[in-house]
Design a binder for this molecule. Structure first.
Ligand SMILES: Nc1ncnc2c1ncn2[C@@H]1O[C@H](COP(=O)(O)OP(=O)(O)O)[C@@H](O)[C@H]1O
Ligand SMILES: O=P(O)(O)O[C@H]1O[C@H](CO)[C@@H](O[C@H]2O[C@H](CO)[C@@H](O)[C@H](O)[C@H]2O)[C@H](O)[C@H]1O
Length: 509
């Protein structure tokens, strides 16, 4: 390759890629922006640092390492299926030299599916000190960075610091646009640290001020987390961390895709799931068990407040008769698909279908639907000194974005949170010797908090869940069915938790 073509930070081939899935028809050959202003250095067995980056050559050299590393990542959704194709869609050098950082959108084909993933590749002659083993992709063996360490750049504070600087500068690089909300400027000089929470995406925290969520599996269009968080932020809601910035990528033939969301970090916040588990653990003989029901009530209020703001800010509709059939039909379809995937669910199918059939058009016609959180659970709620704050409005990761953006009954979020109280109680019993007394206490804990949550929700103006028992039951079943599939895929050891709930919901009316 001539030095001239190298210095053009050229794009990678995608010849022969199957035209399907995100980045399918109309997908451009990978594009690359330019970053940095150094002159290209000569290559002598060391990374050609400095200067424009032969990004296509680099990505080509990285692909085998990416193929080995990707399936081990928590956020990778194609687990269990062989990767049949890796096709870079855009590759944008954000930093050139040593270290370097390349932003990559990669189409991953597995089975008959294709997904688009966001990767940030870090490259250094020497790996950064303290790099976690799971962050390392290995050493490149050819290409312009031959011999350099290739790693997930989210674990490099200096490199992720640059992302914040790009957000602060509202910069543009090739297909990438960094955008800021109006208001005070952003600091451009903070280092990032990768978050440690178990999550579906990857978060980077800047000091005690900001948190940047990098979405991993990317769909064209505005991510619902950005859409809803922005709507709530703009309406002045204090029930979410304020949105400060985001970034997105152009995709050929499709709407720009949201790639990252920067929000205020809540340094004093406590995770609702951890708080609940702590309370539940006290049931084991603590003479002064805490009273979580007060918190559950406040959380119900916070949920209703968020629903009210969303209903004002975004479209609402009333279900007509045809739509009510579709709502109940979709639940039945999800049940069938789940039962096909998880055999343990099959014996409950007819009882659960009967529960969906009880949900007649009379119960649903005229019901208001609106944008909702979509995957509400205790781990998405943070208790701050100023009250509960809700996070992660992305919806259920397994559903398509189009599905997640549909208006839904607000009680769907309520049902999901009710499931979460049940999860926390069941978690105490999981894996232990059967203990009827403890099981009774755990069930009473869940019931108390579920009641308090619904009371808080109603007190703050939400629809009283007790007024729609058939709908609430169907929505809880629908969520528990989702959880069965989720746990079977991601945490098989936890599968008994939603299965026990399914048993209860199938056997009690
Ligand atoms: N603004 C914030 N302040 C403090 N911690 C946060 C904030 N946003 C997220 N977190 C932490 O990061 C975790 C993952 O965030 P979340 O938005 O749920 O990511 P994911 O969609 O990847 O699951 C949360 O459970 C919480 O512990
Ligand atoms: O937080 P995510 O958006 O990644 O949501 C997924 O993972 C959740 C688990 O982390 C999962 O929630 C389920 O487990 C929770 C306990 O870990 C429990 O509180 C929830 O009620 C239960 O649904 C969520 O379903 C999944 O989409």
């Amino acid at each position: 390759m001539s030095e001239t073509s190298r210095s053009q930070a050229h794009t990678h081939r995608d010849a022969g890629a199957a035209p399907r899935g995100p980045g399918g028809p109309g997908t451009p050959h990978p594009t690359a922006g330019r970053a940095g202003g150094h002159q290209t250095g000569g290559h002598s067995g060391r990374p050609r640092t400095g200067g424009s980056l032969a990004v296509g050559e680099l990505v080509e050299a990285a692909l085998p390492l990416i193929a080995g590393w990707l399936p081990g990542q928590r956020w990778y959704a194609g687990k269990g299926q062989a990767i049949t194709g890796l096709h870079p869609v855009t590759a944008t050098p954000l930093i050139t030299g040593d270290p370097a950082m390349v932003h990559l959108l990669l189409r991953v084909e597995h089975g008959d599916q294709a997904d688009l993933y966001q990767l940030l590749l870090g490259l250094r002659t020497e790996p950064p000190s303290g790099l976690l083993p799971e962050a390392s992709l290995g050493a490149l063996t050819h290409g312009p960075y031959d011999g350099a360490a290739l790693y997930d750049a989210v674990h490099d504070p200096e490199l992720t610091g640059r992302l914040l600087a790009h957000l602060a500068g509202a910069d543009r690089f090739g297909p990438l646009s960094f955008r800021r909300t109006p208001g005070p400027g952003l600091p451009a000089d903070l280092l990032g640290r990768a978050g440690t929470a178990e999550q579906s995406n990857t978060s980077v925290i800047y000091g005690t001020s900001f948190i940047l969520k990098l979405f991993r599996r990317i769909s064209p269009g505005t991510n619902p987390d950005l859409e809803l968080s922005l709507a709530l932020s703009r309406a002045g809601s204090t029930r979410i961390p304020r949105v400060a910035a985001w970034f997105e990528s152009r995709l050929a033939g499709a709407e720009p895709a949201t790639l990252g969301l920067l929000q205020r970090f809540l340094p004093d916040a406590e995770d609702g799931w951890e708080l609940a588990l702590d309370q539940v653990a006290r049931l084991k003989g603590d003479p002064s068990p805490g009273n979580f029901a007060v918190e559950a009530h406040r959380l119900g209020r916070a949920t209703a407040e968020v629903h009210r703001v969303l209903a004002r800010a975004l479209p609402v509709a009333r279900l007509d008769r045809e739509q009510t059939d579709r709502l109940a039909g979709a639940m039945a379809e999800r049940l069938d698909a789940a039962a096909a995937a998880v055999p343990a669910l099959r014996r409950y199918r007819s009882a659960l279908h009967a529960a969906f059939r009880q949900l007649t058009a009379d119960h649903l016609t005229g019901l208001t639907v609106q944008r909702i959180h979509g995957d509400l659970h205790l781990g998405q709620a943070m208790r701050t000194p100023h009250g509960w704050v809700l996070l992660d409005f992305e919806g259920e990761p397994a559903k398509s974005v189009a599905e997640r953006r549909l208006p839904q009954p607000a009680l769907k979020d309520v049902a999901a949170m009710l499931r979460s109280f049940d999860y926390a109680a069941a978690h105490l019993l999981a894996g232990a010797e059967p203990d009827p007394e403890l099981a009774h206490l755990a069930a009473a804990w869940a019931a108390r908090n579920r009641t308090a949550y619904c009371a808080g929700y109603t007190a703050a103006g939400g629809t009283d869940p007790a007024g729609a028992p058939e709908l609430l039951r169907a929505l809880e079943i629908d969520k528990a069915v989702y959880e069965v599939v989720y746990e079977a895929r991601h945490r098989p050891g936890w599968l008994p938790i939603p299965l026990t709930a399914i048993h209860r919901l199938a056997t009690t009316a």
